[in-house]
Each structure stands twice: as C-alpha cells, then as structure tokens.
Design a protein around this ligand. Sequence first.
Ligand SMILES: NC(=O)c1ccc[n+]([C@@H]2O[C@H](COP(=O)([O-])OP(=O)(O)OC[C@H]3O[C@@H](n4cnc5c(N)ncnc54)[C@H](OP(=O)(O)O)[C@@H]3O)[C@@H](O)[C@H]2O)c1
Length: 231
Amino acid sequence: MTASAALITGASRGIGREVARTLVSEGWHVICGVRDAKSAPPGTLAEVVDMGDFESVQALAKRLRARNQRLDALVNNAGVYRGPSRQIWDVNVLGPLMLTRGLEPLLARNARVVMVTSGLGRLSVQPASLVKRLSNPKLSLAQLEVLAKEAPGDYGASKAALTAMARLFAKELRPRGVLVNAISPGWVRTDMGGPSAPRSVEQGAASVLWGVHLPPDGPTGGVFEDGKPIE
Ligand SMILES: NC(=O)c1ccc[n+]([C@@H]2O[C@H](COP(=O)([O-])OP(=O)(O)OC[C@H]3O[C@@H](n4cnc5c(N)ncnc54)[C@H](OP(=O)(O)O)[C@@H]3O)[C@@H](O)[C@H]2O)c1
C-alpha cells in the first residue's frame, strides 16, 4: 500500500517541524515546504518555497503537479507575526491561498487541509470593517484575495482572513470529501510564541494534527483548538 502523503509549509522549526516529525513517525510520506532545503526534518522530502513570493509558491505547485504528487493532507502552517503588514498578509494569507488553489487538483478524495490560524484571529477582536467583509455570506475567494492585497491590519487580522479562507475552501472542496478547517495551536513556546507561552510544541502540533487525522465524516469549514470549536 502506498503511504499517505502530506505537504507541510514552515516545517523547518516550531509547530510545523513537529507536525512533520510526527507524521513521519506514523509512516506518512512528508513533503516539507521550507525556505532552506537543509532545514527540513530528517526522513522528509524538502521542497524549497518562500510563501511570501508568489512565483516561488506557484513554482512549487507546478513541480508537484508535474509529478502528479497525490496529497492526502496539506498543512498551511508557515506564518509570520512581525514585520510590515504587506509581508504578513503575503505569507499568512496570499501564499496559502495560492498554494491551496495550485494544489487543488492533487488533493486526494477525502484529503484534509489545515490552515494554521490563531486565537488572535478571532472575529470578535477584529475591527468592525473587517468583520463585515469577512462575515459576508457572499464572500468569495476572489474577494478574499482582493482584501488580502490591501493588507488591512496586522497579524490577528491576517489570521481572521485565513480562517475565512478555510471556510471558503471547505465549501468548494466539500463535493470531493475534502475536509478543510482552520486550527489554532494555542499559545506555544516556539520562536514566535516565545519562552513564556504556556503550551509545548508537542501540544500545539497535536491540535493541528487533529485536523489531519479527522475521520471522513469529520467537520469541515470550522475553527478548532484541541479538537474543540472556538469562536
Ligand atoms: N507559537 C504560537 O504561539 C502560535 C499561536 C497561534 C498560531 N501560531 C501559528 O502557528 C504557525 C507556526 O508557528 P510557530 O510558532 O511554529 O512559528 P515559528 O517557530 O516562528 O516558525 C515559523 C515557520 O514559518 C516559516 N516561514 C516564515 N516565513 C516564511 C516564508 N516566507 N516562506 C516559507 N516559510 C516561512 C519559518 O521558516 P524559516 O525557518 O525559513 O524562517 C518557520 O518554519 C504559524 O502560522 C503561526 O502563526 C503560532
């Protein structure tokens, strides 16, 4: 039997690395989307990608399509917390949007897609203007792309947009049995979360992995942490 295959972005360190490591230990074929090929964890296949550079994102999708790489899971994990808004929205929102779009044809029936979001992306803490746009029932992926190009806000706003993106892809991919969810790892002790965060990398990764291991009748289009709906 062929091993299940997963692509995880931002697998060089932190939560993404732990997700990749765990899936390898479970027998998955793990492809790591990393900026430096040498930074991918052992036992994985490194694919170089800069999630903030759309040519690089599209080139990765093209390489995987060229070899007809079936994907049973896609984990859009790469993210940045600090820096110019433009960069935050490129890496946290536009990169995942383009990558997921580019890989849609490769997603196996019943594949799982996880958008790694944050509690800081809760709609309840976003400005009213953003809430209005993101909660519009007619919001499309094309409109979300327009919004992301405006980069309206900081990290939390970008994660609110990523969460909305999960809902939109979930709707689009439901007929193929693909389950798409936004998952928060909680506040985790990584380079991003810092040493005072209450949760270990393993706990954060477990929250994300829940979305990869969902049964075929599992939820789609939701927002979860530790397997429980949030917001
Ligand atoms: N830690 C927390 O408390 C927390 C809380 C909520 C949500 N999250 C989310 O969880 C995810 C992982 O966070 P983390 O804590 O593990 O962060 P981290 O330790 O800072 O790691 C970030 C990862 O993203 C990659 N990355 C950053 N910019 C990239 C780019 N332009 N192209 C490709 N990869 C890029 C990094 O790769 P390089 O090594 O090449 O820089 C690294 O692998 C992020 O989406 C984050 O927003 C984290």
